[in-house]
Write a protein that binds this ligand. Structure first.
Ligand SMILES: Nc1nc2c(c(=O)[nH]1)N[C@H]1C(S)=C(S)[C@@H](COP(=O)(O)O)O[C@H]1N2
Ligand SMILES: [Mo]
Length: 420
């Protein structure tokens, strides 16, 4: 053990063992001392004794990582291909989701689109309707930006009266982040030429569900992308190959995958996907017209639901924060169910509409604890408590849930989803 207990006592930042965020930098986590004879010379594991596998055309994770997969896979009975899979947030670190672990939400399965036959049409209130193939799109200047994508139904399980026991990814894994590369939608709309009454752009997908959503023109001309690449390679089929609309910070449903049509209109289309679904209820039961941005949110990914702490000692609390209305300005963590709080350290630049990693140190001596995190974004929006979210919503309304997540730790070190 590298640190004296008194020294850690001075690092206390809040109740129940929460330490100053800088404690991690001082090496308090380095608890494994090399026992005498632990590294005997002459003993060579098999992998150090003979040459390994040759080169491969496309790499895959280590066979030892086979357990790291999308989880919480759900299918909607009676609707072929409709369902979701979730990112295993608790098994990942950093802020970029490997493409193969990006969450999926399909209304009608993954279409097998031949990129040579696929076209994107821009029509409606434009001076000249245009049709683009992939080659034509590649002539426009592209941009690369890292953004999260979150389904508005993410974390909806937290409205249940009793806390559901599931992993962090199963509860909150309808959020992922990638570097997206594509053509700013503005360039394509300017090329087509907008007519005076143009106010909205209706985007439609080429899947059997023909998912369609109406996008206000201001967003379409601001930061919207027709994304062609994800983390440096072409989009994965699950995420919209060969092209998708991407609307930074807005509910995932609007980032129409397998994009094949953009119709410029003077009013929203009032499609099924923006009326019968994807609308939120106010406390008095009336329906909000649209809820575009995803609200500020955070979750501790480690330790989290279903995990078990091992030896007593200093633990690194690690989590993710994000906001559709800015960048993450601050994350605070509590180990005593919210009686006291201390700031976590933000790892790296907090980019707007992207996942931000936060960390802090916590000393667990076998005591029960309730771990919480709460985020504030650059627009001054604060993550609310679960009860505040529920109080502001009509019964059964579950989209856009962003309440504070509580993880309970018991004397055995078992971590559970709890309501604080
Ligand atoms: N064409 C089409 N676009 C779509 C969908 C769909 O089913 N069809 N699902 C939407 C929903 S509800 C979400 S949350 C995101 C999910 O994107 P992902 O599967 O790449 O994570 O895509 C959106 N775009
Ligand atoms: Mo979604």
């Amino acid at each position: 053990v590298s640190r004296e207990v008194d020294e850690l006592e001075q690092d206390a930042a809040a109740g129940n063992g929460l330490l100053d965020r800088r404690t991690l930098l001082k090496g308090a986590g380095a608890l494994v001392a090399l026992s005498a004879g632990g590294a005997r010379a002459g003993e060579r594991p098999a992998w150090s004794s003979r040459p390994g596998k040759p080169m491969s055309g496309y790499g895959a994770p280590s066979a030892f990582e086979a357990g790291v997969t999308r989880g919480g896979i759900s299918a909607q009975p009676g609707a072929a291909g409709s369902g979701a899979s979730r990112t295993p947030l608790e098994q990942l670190e950093g802020t970029i989701t490997p493409s193969g672990l990006h969450f999926e939400r399909h209304h009608s399965g993954v279409p097998a689109i031949d990129p040579d036959q696929h076209r994107l049409v821009v029509h409606g209130l434009v001076d000249r309707p245009l049709r683009f193939d992939l080659e034509a799109l590649h002539r426009y200047p592209m941009v690369s930006r890292s953004y999260f994508l979150e389904c508005s139904g993410n974390s909806g399980a937290l409205i249940a009266p009793e806390p559901r026991q599931a992993s962090c990814g199963e509860l909150h894994g309808l959020v992922s982040a990638s570097e997206w590369t594509g053509v700013p939608l503005r360039l394509l709309l300017e090329e087509a030429g907008l007519e005076k009454p143009a106010r909205w752009v209706v985007a439609e997908g080429a899947d059997a569900a023909r998912m369609s959503r109406s996008v206000p023109l201001e967003k379409a001309l601001d930061d919207a992308l027709v994304a062609l690449y994800q983390n440096g390679e072409r989009l994965r089929p699950e995420n919209g190959y060969p092209m998708r609309l991407f609307l930074p910070g807005w509910e995932g449903n609007m980032s129409v995958k397998w994009l094949h049509r953009l119709q410029v209109t003077n009013a929203p289309a009032m499609s099924r996907d923006e009326t019968s679904k994807y609308s939120d209820l106010e406390a008095d039961g009336s329906a909000r017209l649209f809820t575009f941005p995803m609200a500020v949110k955070s979750v501790i990914t480690s330790p989290s639901g279903g995990q078990r702490l091992g030896a007593r000692g200093v633990y690194q609390i690690s989590g993710l924060a994000w906001s559709g209305t800015g960048s993450i300005r601050e994350v605070e963590v509590s180990a005593d169910g919210g009686r006291s709080w201390a700031p976590a350290s933000i790892d790296g630049p907090a980019l707007p509409q992207h996942l931000t990693r936060f960390r802090t140190a916590w000393r667990w001596q076998g005591q029960p604890a309730v771990l919480l995190s709460r985020a504030v974004d650059s627009s001054g929006n604060r993550q609310p408590t679960r009860s505040a979210v529920l109080a502001g919503r009509g019964a059964g309304s579950f989209y856009h849930y962003n309440g504070i997540q509580a993880w309970g730790v018991d004397e055995s070190g078992a971590v559970r989803n709890v309501y604080a």
